[in-house]
Design a protein around this ligand. Structure first.
Ligand SMILES: Cc1cc2nc3c(=O)[nH]c(=O)nc-3n(C[C@H](O)[C@H](O)[C@H](O)COP(=O)(O)O)c2cc1C
Length: 375
């Protein structure tokens, strides 16, 4: 199926779905499968300094002559120092991606070269640039100062890292505000919603908001092509939207040993509320990690907490199971290309049926036996 939105018009895809860059999850196999079905599939370059060799292996495995290479970078760590800027330029020069994405933050200025940013460097090699943003203000800055080519609007429902609770906005109001604001001066700019979309109904909903497509993270983490360890947990019918929390607890522990600790306000994840989270919620009033931070500073308790977490983090009940609030509607671990095709077809059916069933001609009595679609 071929769609026509600003996304498919300005980016090399025919279906308005993006496979999110997901560190430790989206490598060559997942990105290629998304592209095969007509979507835009990202490989996560992630933090880069820890994984240049791993990334290069994925890049060599990606069928670059068949599909557009799309690379997602994390701003705070990739461009933390001059060596990081050099690594970023090296990867871009060598692999010439068609599309580059930045997140946390999405716009970074070169520390010594005036006027040079992560975006200008990507533009210089001919790549288009997506910014993943979490607020209206960030969206406006990315467009007006960063001159990006597209926006991914991430709501607080999203899986993985994003703005802390209290700062994060719902996908629906944020996407709507961004669409209305940026179209005033960039009518052609693709805006894609990220957060909570796992099926055709979600895609149809964000298209109705005025978005040009949806970005899928959690849904694609539950595919055989994902490199993540928790696909079956995400597809477990027992895991519902009620089990998802946005929390700083898991980052507070991981930041103790990580070489790329997440800074505020991005040190928060959408994740399954598992034993680790529940444990720390007990002692806190607002589900935040203040008690945990105190405990981590304790010379005896701190190292013990970190060691225990490290030992068990591969288990779903202990580790960081990134997941968005759409997880409750995931029931199977499904091949990514078939999934993209199914979601695209579902959304098209829903949009066609909605137009036929909800809007009645003036002389219709409204007695429609078919009922609304998408249930
Ligand atoms: C497992 C996982 C890892 C993620 N890693 C990244 C990442 O490396 N870079 C990034 O920009 N976003 C990352 N995200 C966030 C996604 O880009 C996107 O905003 C989010 O998945 C959309 O919400 P959804 O999970 O409800 O589909 C990740 C999300 C998940 C679920």
């Amino acid at each position: 199926m071929r769609w026509s939105t600003r996304l498919t018009q300005h980016f090399p895809c025919t279906v308005p779905l993006i496979g999110a860059p997901m560190a430790d999850h989206s490598g060559a196999a997942l990105a290629a499968a998304v592209c095969q079905a007509g979507g835009l599939g990202f490989i996560a370059a992630g933090h880069l300094q820890d994984n240049v060799e791993i990334l290069e292996t994925e890049l060599q495995a990606f069928p670059v002559t068949q599909y557009p290479l799309c690379l997602g970078f994390i701003g705070h760590s990739v461009l933390a120092d001059i060596a990081g800027w050099d690594r970023y330029e090296y990867i871009l020069q060598k692999h010439r991606p068609a599309v580059v994405q930045f997140f946390a933050p999405c716009l970074v200025r070169h520390p010594v070269k005036p006027g040079v940013t992560n975006v200008t460097i990507a533009h210089d090699i001919g790549a288009k640039v997506f910014a993943q943003v979490g607020t209206l203000d960030e969206a406006v800055t990315a467009v007006q100062e960063g001159h990006v080519d597209g926006l991914m609007v991430q709501g607080g429902e999203a899986g993985g890292h994003g703005l802390r609770r209290g700062l994060a906005k719902g996908t629906l109001p944020l996407a709507r505000s961004v669409v209305r604001r940026v179209r005033q001066w960039r009518p052609d700019l693709p805006v894609v919603a990220a957060g909570g979309v796992v099926d055709g109904a979600g895609l149809a909903a964000v298209l109705a908001l005025g978005c040009d497509g949806a970005m899928l993270g959690t849904r694609l983490a539950a595919t055989p092509e994902s490199q993540g360890a928790f696909a079956t947990t995400l597809a477990d019918p027992a895991v519902t939207c009620d089990d998802v929390i946005r929390t700083t607890v898991l980052d507070a522990i991981q930041n103790e040993y990580s070489t790329t600790p997440w800074p505020a306000p991005y040190d928060s994840v959408g994740a399954v509320r598992n034993r680790t989270v529940r444990e720390w919620e007990k002692g806190t009033t607002n589900n935040d990690s203040n008690d945990l931070r105190q405990a981590l500073r304790d010379p005896v308790r701190g190292p013990a907490i970190v060691a225990d977490y490290w030992r068990h983090k591969h288990l779903a009940d202990f580790g960081m199971v990134h997941c968005g609030q759409g997880v409750g509607e995931i029931e199977t671990v499904e091949p990514a290309a078939a999934l993209i095709e199914r979601i695209s077809n579902e959304a098209a059916d829903i949009l066609r049926t909605l137009a036929q069933t909800l809007i009645l001609p003036d002389n219709d009595d409204g007695d429609n036996d078919d009922g609304p679609p998408g249930t």
